[in-house]
Design a protein around this ligand. Structure first.
Ligand code: NDP
Ligand code: 13P
Length: 338
């Protein structure tokens, strides 16, 4: 039995804490809201994020970061990308020993263009960090808490650390693979949210299945092009954290990114959509990062670039789709490579 803390009691942090508690680990979930910790401890629910779920009685919660620091041998970071630096800063003030870090967030920071493992490494003193492993793959919290079969990947250049995380989480419903390619896994996980927003938009425009299949396939081509140029293994992008996560996020009603895109396609404005969601839509900030990465690495990312103009330059979704369809003619396979 390991002592594990999960930082963040949103839908994903809570679902993963439930997996860990069900696996028999001594699990503590940290939330910045004391009343939410109280709800989890007293009522064994988290109504805001998983309204139908009863949490295991051996899953405990706290809003006291000092308790996290004294309890944890492993810490799972499960807050949205934009909150990671702030949460790491709070943790740094309390840490006294070396901990294994796992992160499960899917984003890239605009401007710095850092991946999450880089943000965490930069935000925590190295003497307290045993390793940073990313856990990613096609996995909506709503299905994990129902024990529906789910597969994910634990990635780290240090394969022993990845295997340790595999052992922590793996059970009959939650199958964990390993991969040494942390760059490819993080890039795939972050950029699939951009493509899912675009897929939601074409569904909102009622463009049907041909358009969505095109977005998934050509989306994977541009994610892979960038990811390989950044140092990722080309095979990673056809795995769970690439194609797998792209499929689930572009096709599932649970996806916040797809749902946000769908509302945009139906004519709503970005701010209205975000106000209505009440949960993180990582793809919006990541679209800004993807636009900047395409420039930095000189990689063609037409879908991400058109989405950027819809989100941040007020271009009509239909006009952006027309622009994609009217691009210069290409050879398919050559265009996937370069
Ligand atoms: N949901 C899912 O199925 C999956 C999500 N992910 C990824 O996991 C990450 C978290 O997503 P998810 O749990 O869904 O997000 P949610 O929107 O469901 O929850 C976010 C949680 O983070 C908390 N939070 C936000 N800002 C801060 C802050 N500054 N300090 C402390 N806590 C903060 C929120 O608190 P409050 O309630 O007060 O707002 C909330 O508890 C994302 O990167 C997402 O892409 C990955 C796989 C699956
Ligand atoms: O990453 C996810 C599923 O694997 C969650 O996607 P959404 O944030 O779009 O809900």
């Amino acid at each position: 039995m390991e002592k594990v803390c999960v930082l963040g009691a949103g839908s994903w942090g809570t679902a993963l804490a439930m997996v860990l508690a069900e696996n028999g680990h001594d699990t503590l979930v940290w939330t910045h809201r004391a009343e939410q910790a109280e709800e989890i401890n007293q009522l064994h629910t988290n109504k805001k994020y998983l309204p139908e779920t009863i949490l295991p009685v051996n899953l405990h919660a706290t809003s006291d970061m000092a308790k996290v620091a004294s309890h944890a041998e492993t810490i799972v970071v499960a807050v949205p990308t934009k909150a990671i630096r702030e949460v790491c800063e709070k943790l740094t003030a309390e840490l006294t020993k070396k901990v294994l870090f796992v992160h499960v967030s899917k984003g890239i920071e605009p401007d710095s263009l850092k991946r999450i493992s880089e943000i965490i490494a930069e935000s925590l003193p190295a003497m307290y960090v045993e390793e940073i492993v990313v856990l990613s793959g096609p996995s909506h919290a709503e299905e994990v808490v129902l024990h529906h079969p789910t597969t994910v990947t634990a990635a780290c250049a240090n394969i022993d650390a990845a295997e340790k995380v595999q052992d922590l989480f793996m059970n009959q419903f939650f199958r964990v693979y390993t991969n040494e390619d942390i760059i490819g896994v993080e890039i795939g996980g972050a950029l699939k949210n951009v493509i899912a927003l675009a897929a939601g938009i074409t569904d909102g425009l009622n463009y049907g299945d041909n358009a969505k299949a095109a977005l998934i396939t050509r989306g994977l081509a541009e994610i892979s092009r960038l990811g390989v140029k950044m140092g990722g293994n080309p095979f990673t992008f056809s795995g769970l954290t690439g194609m797998g996560d792209l499929i689930v996020t572009c096709t599932s009603v649970h996806s916040r990114n797809w749902r946000a895109g769908n509302m945009l396609g139906q004519g709503m404005k970005l701010q209205e959509v975000l106000d209505q969601m009440g949960m993180v839509v990582e793809g919006v900030r990541t679209t800004k990062a993807a636009y900047q990465l395409a420039e930095k690495y000189d990689v063609a990312m037409p879908i991400s670039t058109e989405l950027y103009s819809v989100l941040f330059n007020d271009v009509e979704p239909k006009v952006a789709v027309d622009a994609l369809m009217m691009r210069m003619k290409k050879r398919e396979i050559d265009d996937m490579k370069h």
